[in-house]
Structures are given as structure tokens and as C-alpha cells.
Design a protein around this ligand. Sequence first.
Ligand code: ADP
Ligand code: MG
Length: 705
Amino acid sequence: MNTSYGNVFLTPVEYLKGIGPQRARVLKTELEIFNGGDLLNFLPFRYIDKTKYYTISQIGDTEADVQVIGRLGRVEQIKQNDRVLRLTAEFFDSTGKIELVWFKGFTWIQKNLVPGQEYVIFGRVSRYMGRITMAHPEMETLAAHQSSPLSALVPVYSSTEKTQKSGITSRVISLAVASFFQQAQGQIKETLSADILQRENLMGREEALWTVHFPKSIEELSRARRRMKFEELFYMQLTMIRKKMIRQNKLSGYVFHSVGDYFNDFYAHHLPFSLTEAQKRVVREIRHDVATGYQMNRLVQGDVGSGKTIVALLSMLMALDNGYQACMMAPTEILATQHYNGISKLLRGMNVRVELLTGSTKPSKRKELLDGLLTGEVNILIGTHAVIEDNVVFQKLGIAIIDEQHRFGVAQRSKLWGKSAFAPHILVMTATPIPRTLAMTMYGDLDVSVIDELPAGRRPIQTFHKYEQSRLGVLGFMRAQIDKGRQVYVVYPLIKESEGMDYKNLIDGYTFLDEYFQRPKYNVAVVHGKMKTEDKDAAIKLFASGKADILVSTTVIEVGVDIPNATVMVIESAERFGLAQLHQLRGRVGRGGEQSYCILMSGNKLSDDSKKRLEAMVSTTDGFKIAEMDLRLRGFGDMMGVRQSGITGLKIADLSRDADILEKAREVAAKLLFADPELNSDVHLVVKNTYNSMLKGRALWSYIS
Ligand code: ADP
Ligand code: MG
């Protein structure tokens, strides 16, 4: 059978043992398994571990399924009126007891389970009213269990309603995999070179695949999975590093030969503070990049408030010094406007023309500005997405800055390149603290600079979690801060699904505060997405100028807004925000010399995850720690920006857990490419073939030597 397909891995799934045409159809549409190769690569997503027996005292806080040997107590009916609600039974061993619970199947249980007998039970435990309970355990008498040892680690493959209906159980898949293995034996190609396998102590590919489907022990399984993860991450990193090398070697960039008057004059006479060491270092890194003749593609990562704007400005001045224009793109109009105002102010008295371009720039202004860009009279353009529209043409764009990049897709980044004959230098600035592992994958093709130091004199923000019953106290606290001359943000969630309700909450909140903090002594402003741009601007201006004491808003202020006199951030329904967002919001305060506060208001009923998020916020202000926690809580795919980055295609590696493997894989890939950039050496032939085959879009398994 196999020979007729040349490549055994392409054997159609309907010809595999135990499958047949009807199941084959379901496998194709539901699980995208079309052939033997796909089946081989369809890995179990978990295993039921029946290798270990727990004593009841060992169960502790275990959340996994556990297997226990013990004796069954009397089965009792819990009734309401005459109806049986559930059955319960005690189950004990020499170390303690747990409670078994059933909510259905009463007759069978009462007929078949024998109190006093020894059983092996298996299931997930939970804690209820101080007791450990297991609902609907799998049960087998100890005698039966001992006489029929099942495979100890039972693979579980993902399924859908339709696969279940068609009888495609994990067992069916297992059998098909096993028989396909026989067919493919000896043809599963190694994808890593012998020296990598040896040095990294990795299992061979065929053995690893087999083991992942049919593990004998946890240790063996984890070695096999490690091998598969390594392979996956290795090729991901190899691809990224290659891309970066190609870019660095081929893409010419403008050379900014010298630092000149603009930069020096600004540095000496206009810079309102001295730079932190971290800022200086990053400016030096940028300075180095733009002088090489290659295009700079650099990511500047720095926690909120670390002072990225000034670094951007200095970089733009380098471009001006060499006769080029600069542009800076921000994700929201508010932020673009703020950058425009801030930068204009910093450059006051210098002969630099700065312009703002957003969706609401008036046509006449727009025309004048576009003319100025063409003639080169406009030196710096700041704006929203509007700056990458096709009719925005620069005379000589030397550098483009993208602020708060997680809102911009990769495609938009490259659209900026189209704006000049050469690729302008690109500087991406992000405050989203990205864990190292993520940075290595999302931005594997960028160079990364980190501003890991806050300007001196900043005091850590104090964060509190409060419930509705403390509202009066919170209001009193706000008043006290306002009476000291400070300002307060109050932020409401705005989630697409519940938009109507969310707007109502915000308006109610605003109305309440506006009444509570009476005019003329106090002044409350509001800003949200449904307002006209002018009204939004007016509200922000009112707050920025200190005329409003409180700004009630949705998350439009999340990113970048800089009002140093604001010292209190009240976040309403804080449990509804993600960690990264909470951290961003908190970063709006603590920007001046005064002690600042963040108050997380929440309902009384909190899910475990919400609780963990709020606790994390209270416990640390370190953006990187928060990002790590976020990654752990939400997993990789949900992290901000990850979806757009298109790197979620990992099948087996999990970046929130496999950081060590990732680093290793990257190191090995980098070393290999450094020594042999074109993979020409014989020892790298395997890698070269696999890599080329992957570039052609083939899955790893289908590569034929
Ligand atoms: P972010 O990195 O969040 O974009 P900003 O660039 O908005 O931060 O800077 C935050 C605040 O810190 C601004 O008010 C800015 O003027 C100020 N700032 C930046 N660098 C320094 C510094 N080296 N010393 C003192 N203040 C600074
Ligand atoms: Mg910023």
C-alpha cells in the first residue's frame, strides 16, 4: 500500500488501519488530518497518569487527576423530599479519608459497588467545605486492577463533538498511529544534525515521536517532548536569525555620519533633565546603528515612565542633523497630540518645524503639511496611522519611530519602508513589558534595547485593592489628594461585548462624581470613545492644564498619556482588566515627584484568576515581573500583540513554560549560523535540508532527503 504513494507520509488517511472513509472525512474536516504524516504529528495534548498511586495524605493541593488505593465505606443517599440528589461514600486508606460523590447513575452504583471492598479509584479531587471530594471517580476493584495492567500513561488526543460522535476515541487514534508507525518504520527522517543531538543530549526523532505517542514513563515522555520542543524552537529561531542576518547584510540604510547642531544644541540647552544611564546607553546603541550603513531595526523596551519619548526625540534629531526628516507614529490621536505638544515644547526656540497629522487634521492644514513634507520644510511629522497613508510622501525620510508598537501590526511596520527609496531606520518603542522569551520570538528579527531604569526621584506607586463597601473611604482619599493640589484618574472598563452597559456605568460614575465633587471648588471631566474629537481634546486639555481635578474615562488614556500632577489612579471593576492593561493604566500616575496611588476597585465575587491578577498588582510595580505573571496566567497566545505577530503556530512548545529550551535552541541556532551562515558544511546538511523544506511550507515530517 505504502509504495504506491512514494512518500509513505502522504498515504491518505482513509487507507490507514481502523479509520475508513467515514471517519476519514471527519478527521479531515475536524482535525485537519489528511494523511499518515498528519496523524503522526497529531500529538496527545495530555496523558492520564496511572503510574503513580497517591495515599490520601499525599493528595494535598494536587490539581491533577489522582489514583488512590483504598477501601469503600457505606454508600449513602442524600435526598431532598423524596428525590435522591446525590450519592456519597467515604473512601479511606491508612492515611485518611476522602468523600466520593455521584450525581447520576445511582442504580448502577448501588448495585455494583461493594462497601468494605478494596478499590483503585481515579479522578480529579476538589475541596468542598473543608473536605476532599472526588466526583464520579473511575473505579476498579483492586483485584481487577492488578490482573489487567493498562498502559500506565494513557495518551489523550483532542477531540470535537463530531469526532466523538464518529467514535474516534483516543484509543482509535492510538491504534492507527501504532499501525502507521509499522508502515513508516525506518523512513522517519532525523531533522537535527548528529552533533546537535549528541551535544544537547536529545533523543532521536523516530524514537521521540514514538515515545510521545506511547510513553512508558514520565521521565521518558519528558525527554521525548523536550526533543520535539527543541526541534520546533530551533527551526523557529534559525529562521528568525537568518532573516535578521539577511536584512543586516542586504538592506542598506541611510548613514547618519555625524551628530550635529540640532542634537548638540538640544542636548546642551533644551534638555530639561539629565538622562538616566539607561537612556544614555540606548541613545548610544541607536547612534551606533544609524552610522553603520545598514538599516536599523531596533526595539526599545522600557517600562511606563522610563522616558522613551526623549530617546525618540534625540534619535530624530540625529536624522535632522544629517539632512533627513523624521516621523513618529502613535496608536491613538490623544497620544499623537500629546507627543506633538510635548515635543514642540521641548524644541521651542530651535529652528525645527514639527507638524501633527491625524484623522481629524483639517483638509487645508493637511494640504499645507503634505506640501511641506515634499519640499522638506517639515522636519518632524508626528501622527497616527494617518502618516502611513499612501499620499503622505516625504522628501527624505530618514527615521521612523513607532511608539507603543503592540497596536501596530508587522505589516504596518514595513509599510513605512515603502516611504523612501532606501529603508528608513526604524525604532519601535514599547512599554508593554515583554518577558524575555516572548521578546526573543516576537521580535527575534529586531535588535533590542532596554531602558531598565526609571528617572531618579520616582517613588514606587502604592497600590490597594478595595471593595465597594470602602467606596466612601476612597472618595475621601481622592478629596484629600485633590485638596493637596493633585489630580485623579477614574477609569472604567469598556469591553466590546458589553459596550452599552459599560458606557452606562461610566456615565453613571461620572454623574455621581460630578455631583459629589461640587463646582466651583472641584471640576470633573469625562472622556470616552463616543465623544467627538474636539470634545475629547477639550476634556484632556482641561485635565492636562490642571483645570479639572478628576478625569473619568475609558481606557483611551491607557497608553502614553503624561500628566505628572496626577497622583491617583482609580480603576473601576478592576477584575475585568487584564494584567498588562492594569499595569499600563497604573503607569499613568507616579510620573512626578509626588507619592502616587493606584486603587483597584472590584466586586466582591472574584474568580481565582482575577484574584491573582489583583494580588499581583498590589504586590509589585515591576513591569517585567507582571508580564511574567501575565504569561503564566493567560498563556502565550493571549498576550498582547502575540496574535498579530503570527508566531502562535507552535505545536508542542509552550513559551510560558519552555523558556529554557527556547534559550538553548536560540543559542545553538545562532552558533551554527555564525559558524556556517549558508549551512554549507556537510555536518549541517540535515539542518539545511530541513530548513529549506520548511521554507517551502512543508511540515517537518514531509521532508525527504
Ligand atoms: P514613557 O517611557 O512611558 O514613554 P515618557 O517618555 O513619557 O515615558 O517619560 C515620562 C516622564 O518622565 C515625562 O514627564 C518625562 O519628561 C520624564 N522624564 C524622562 N526622562 C527623564 C529623566 N532622565 N529625568 C527626569 N525625568 C524624565
Ligand atoms: Mg510613551
